[in-house]
Ligand binder design. Structure first.
Ligand code: AMP
Length: 284
């Protein structure tokens, strides 16, 4: 496995692979890797000749300095994990190379960015759009892999690819969870064992909500019940809990036969922000 920190060297390596007719899979990450990230790498390896994992903690997608400063960083361990799953190239550019100009452009993803993550993290999706567009331009992948864990991010990336004519396919990989149901996340490192057990209750509440809605329960009532279950949990604070159309992110009140519907939620456990979602219904 090669670790490349500079854009020029990276582009040269990619050119050589492309000349050999190799297909390229890209897995963008912010490091502090776990089994969720590694499932994206494995999927890329199944579908691509060369798998690139980018590691870059992107400051412009953080709307909270505390979160940015406390974001876990562990490059040695990340490299070991990536080597073990057979990643071909780690691309870990420096901040100055990615953002030589401090006044980088903004991107607007209305109306999707106005709700859920976008509402509670102003500027977040602009930052995601800019870094992912930069990575697409630098890496020029044939496939790019993203986790269902960040469902709204997937919608943003698909819009980016469509609207800017990037020639690549976006592959969405299911959320990897701990045994207790907690969605794996780099930020979970900031939770102790007891807090992780509390955090896992979010998935239990979402699963009960999914069951109740699938059995015909009123979506409005189910949301109210779920919110009050979260409010009654010591150690968990609610940010949002919504049932939405998985493509438009508009709220869903009644499920009709054509809808793709998901539950999306965000909570805090000991100042650590946890987001999760589950599909209630997919089109396939
Ligand atoms: P991050 O490093 O948090 O920016 O995540 C990098 C990629 O890994 C994103 O596409 C995430 O959606 C994906 N990812 C993060 N956690 C998980 C998980 N538990 N299961 C599957 N994919 C994940």
């Amino acid at each position: 496995m090669k670790v490349i920190d500079h854009i020029t060297e990276f582009r040269a390596a990619m050119r050589a692979f492309r000349q050999e007719g190799k297909s390229i899979g890209l897995v963008p990450t912010m490091g502090a890797l776990h089994a969720g990230h590694l499932s994206l790498i494995k999927k890329s390896k199944e579908q691509s000749d060369i798998t690139v994992c980018s590691i870059f903690v992107n400051p412009i997608q953080f709307n909270n300095n505390f979160d940015l400063e406390n974001y876990p960083r562990q490059s040695k361990k990340d490299h070991e994990l990536l080597e073990n799953v057979g990643c071909d190239i780690v691309f870990s550019p420096g901040l100055d190379e990615i953002y030589p100009n401090k006044d980088v452009l903004s991107m607007c993803f209305e109306p999707i960015e106005e709700v859920l993550e976008g509402e509670f993290r102003p500027g977040h999706f602009s930052g995601v759009g800019v870094i992912v567009a930069k990575l697409f331009n630098i890496v020029q992948p044939d496939q790019a892999y993203f986790g269902q864990k960040d469902l709204q991010q997937v919608a943003i990336i698909k819009k980016l690819v469509n609207d800017l004519n990037f020639q690549l396919s976006v592959v969405v990989v299911p959320t990897v969870r701990e045994e207790n149901g907690l969605a794996m996340s780099s930020r979970n490192q900031r939770l102790n064992t007891e807090e992780k057990e509390i955090a896992a209750k979010l998935y239990q509440i979402m699963s009960i909500a999914k069951r109740d809605i699938s059995e015909g329960g009123s979506i409005r009532d189910v949301i109210l019940r779920s919110k009050s279950a979260i409010a009654n949990l010591v150690g968990m604070e609610l940010e949002y809990f919504e049932v939405i159309n998985s493509k438009s992110f508009e709220p869903v009140e009644v499920i009709d036969s054509s809808d793709e519907v998901s539950i999306c939620a965000a909570v805090f456990v000991n100042a650590v922000r946890i987001i999760d979602n589950i599909y209630i219904k997919t089109s396939s």
